[in-house]
Design a protein around this ligand. Structure first.
Ligand SMILES: C[S@@+](CC[C@H](N)C(=O)[O-])C[C@H]1O[C@@H](n2cnc3c(N)ncnc32)[C@H](O)[C@@H]1O
Length: 208
């Protein structure tokens, strides 16, 4: 049984550095391919539950075009952001807490012949300038930030006025020990930071 009052003791940077130091697991890939079937995002190597149709939705909803900049925070091996960048023509900046993820992401971009920048940063401190990105995405990563509030304030700071933020994360009511505290609903944090909520899907997804 998860102890919700337990302090955050896990060093997530260390965990993810180790995770991405190894190649993507073929067993995990086979399981995801079996579960998602035709919706499995072939060649993306996600470390998340993202599907092909969700990537298409990211590409549609971020509303970016060639010449504009798309940011993927918690980008992992970079596959999801590179997919959306290729689909929209926008330049990609990927940010992750783990250097090993960035190494894998740079290698992927080079193999794909795609121009992208991958740099170390965190949700609450991306290191980017004010209003410097045209749109933002994040796939199944926001749950790892210790402060959702600080993350949305940072998103608002670096996103140009009118720019879109599209993300997936989990609303947990209870947590395995060691995970940062979660929130039952991210919308109040987004709205308090100045975002206008255009759409939210809360609850079981992906046909659950
Ligand atoms: C479940 S993985 C998702 C990776 C990627 N979005 C994908 O779809 O493959 C979560 C990612 O969040 C990153 N992460 C964890 N804590 C972070 C933080 N505080 N700031 C930025 N990224 C973080 C991890 O290194 C990891 O790559």
């Amino acid at each position: 049984m998860a102890d919700e009052s337990a302090p955050v003791t896990t060093d997530w940077r260390e965990v993810f550095e180790e995770t991405y130091a190894a190649a993507a697991s073929p067993v995990q890939e086979r399981i995801w391919r079996d579960v998602f079937g035709d919706d499995y995002p072939e060649g993306v190597d996600p470390y998340s539950f993202v599907t092909r149709s969700e990537l298409a939705r990211f590409a549609r909803d971020v509303r970016v075009e060639p010449g504009q900049t798309l940011l993927d925070v918690g980008c992992g091996r970079g596959g999801a952001g590179l997919w959306v960048s290729a689909a929209t023509g926008a330049s990609l900046i990927g940010i992750d807490i783990a250097e090993t993820a960035l190494v894998a992401a740079r290698d992927r971009a080079e193999r794909m012949g795609q121009k992208a920048t991958f740099r170390r940063g965190e949700f609450e401190s991306t290191g980017l300038d004010d209003a410097s990105v045209d749109a933002m995405m994040s796939v199944d990563a926001l749950l790892f930030t210790p402060s959702k509030e600080a993350a949305f304030v940072e998103f608002r700071r670096i996103l140009r006025p009118g720019g879109r933020l599209v993300l997936t994360s989990w609303d947990y009511h209870s947590q395995p020990v060691g995970r940062p505290p979660q929130v039952p609903d991210h919308r109040p944090f987004a709205e308090a930071a100045g975002f206008e909520m255009l759409e939210a899907q809360v609850g079981p997804l992906r046909g659950a």
